[in-house]
Write a protein that binds this ligand. Structure first.
Ligand code: AMP
Length: 448
């Protein structure tokens, strides 16, 4: 909204002129900025993710934010909430139908096929870290642009891959000092799932009149999702519903049993959760979620096996499993649990100057200190010494260097020890070495 306002403009000889009041720009609903104060948390998570990837042998692969819309409709399923309601899709200037990626797996599967990753030694382990977009209803922990970390193991059918991926997910939360529970289920395969879906529909049809509107739709379109409706009455109904584990075919059952054996062997504590189904169509067999303090109201991470996806997209048959974690939710959890995170290292030196000529020398000195790896702060745009020293105090630097008029003409610089306030005059040309010596001595004192 903007409104016109009449004001007196002195430059226009007191003539009354019209200026437009401009309303400032605002964030798109459901999106958020990540301001500098947030980055210690984000950096902590990101660096733990990259460290963990290295330990477990995952290589980074990033796909573009934009893919053809048809990739997601084919991969995720046309009847899913994500494809039906949540994608940011548009037709570009060339007439191509494109969508901002609502999840990572489909794009990674495309890249696996397109770059012939099936010719690499299998399994191929990849990880990604970046933003995704879903036009969901914004609420706590749910954004329209959010970041995910994503780990995938492609080209391995055995439960060993499921086990290792779940262990990697658990290890990540361990390294983030976050207590979690792991929820596991099997959603079967195209052989056993149809009979289960039928049993589920038969059960729910008799209760249709009491279902919520979403569940009424799910009954025909996506019956598995009936089980993870968040509405209390529907959750009660789910408790009496047939369970998928009772319908698993022999190979799916054997796979599930094997996975649980592996997890028991490493003494991982998990909960079997018969209501756990995932929102996307491509999942087969193992599915799992990592829950934090809110016990699953909004999972910290989630994933599962997708053995048919790559073949369905036109690639070689390639069994695969992956999981994704939401960075916003993980950062919020770190705050809820008051986890101590590494803070950015503070500077050792503050460089103060008085007057323009001194400022020029200080700018050059800053570069010399930086090249020696000495962490230096400055506030060259401030004029007064007092305000510069206030900043130095606030930053808790070890030494402040001051160049004023007198030092300029003498070719010297003041080195002020911030611990005891003692000041020394040092030859300007030797100051870098002098500072380095003092920092080493201070470090030795602290360690002693
Ligand atoms: P999904 O891709 O839906 O399996 O979600 C995997 C993880 O991404 C979830 O466990 C959340 O941590 C996170 N996530 C999913 N959707 C959102 C969202 N709209 N806003 C924030 N985080 C999300």
């Amino acid at each position: 909204m903007s409104s016109d306002k009449k004001i007196n403009d002195p430059s226009a000889d007191n003539e009354v002129v019209k200026v437009k009041k401009i309303s400032p720009p605002q964030l798109v609903r459901g999106m958020h900025d990540i301001l500098p104060a947030e980055w210690p948390w984000w950096n902590f998570v990101m660096s733990e993710v990259t460290d963990l990837a290295l330990v477990y042998g995952f290589q980074r692969l990033e796909t573009p934010a934009l893919e053809k819309t048809s990739l997601f409709t084919r991969a995720i399923g046309a009847a899913t909430d994500v494809v039906e309601k949540e994608m940011y899709s548009f037709v570009d200037q060339s007439g191509d139908h494109l969508s901002l990626r609502p999840e990572y797996t489909a794009g990674l599967a495309r890249a696996y096929i397109e770059h012939g990753l099936h010719t690499w030694p299998q399994p191929v382990k990849i990880f990604s870290l970046g933003p995704l977009w879903r036009h969901e209803r914004p609420q706590a922990g749910r954004y329209r642009q959010f970041w995910q970390l994503d780990f995938e193991i492609l080209g391995e059918a055995s439960a060993t891959a499921d086990c290792q991926l779940i262990l990697a997910a658990v290890a990540l939360f361990e390294s983030l000092h976050l207590p979690i529970t792991v929820q596991i289920n099997s959603v079967g395969c195209s052989v056993c799932r149809p009979a289960y879906k039928q049993a589920l529909q038969d059960y729910y049809r008799t209760k249709r009149s009491v279902l919520c509107e979403d569940c009424k739709r799910r009954l025909t379109k996506n019956p598995l999702r009936l089980l993870d409706c968040k509405i209390e009455e529907d959750r009660e109904l789910a408790k009496q519903a047939p369970q998928l584990v009772d319908y698993l075919c022999e190979p799916c059952n054997a796979h599930f049993v094997k996975l649980l054996e592996y997890l028991d062997e490493v003494e991982l504590v998990y909960q079997l959760n018969p209501y756990l189904v995932r929102g996307l169509d491509y999942y087969t067999r193992t599915v799992f979620e990592v829950w934090g303090a809110d016990e699953g109201k909004s999972a910290l991470a989630a994933g599962g096996r997708y053995d048919n996806l790559i073949a369905e997209l036109g690639g070689q048959p390639t069994p695969a499993i992956g999981f994704a974690g939401g960075l916003e939710r993980i950062v919020a959890e770190l705050k809820t649990r008051q986890v101590g995170i590494p803070l950015p290292s503070s500077p050792d030196i503050f460089l103060a100057c008085l007057g323009d000529t001194a400022r020029k020398k200080a700018i050059k000195l800053f570069e010399d200190l930086r090249r020696r790896g000495i962490k230096t702060a400055e506030s060259f745009t401030k004029e007064g010494l007092k305000s510069q020293l206030e900043i130095a105090n606030r930053l808790q630097v070890k030494f402040t260097l001051v160049i004023g008029q007198k030092e300029l003409s003498d070719g010297t610089i003041i080195v002020r020890d911030m611990e005891n306030g003692i000041q020394e005059i040092v030859d300007f040309n030797k100051v870098v070495e002098e500072v380095q010596k003092r920092l080493v001595a201070r470090e030795a004192d602290t360690l002693a």
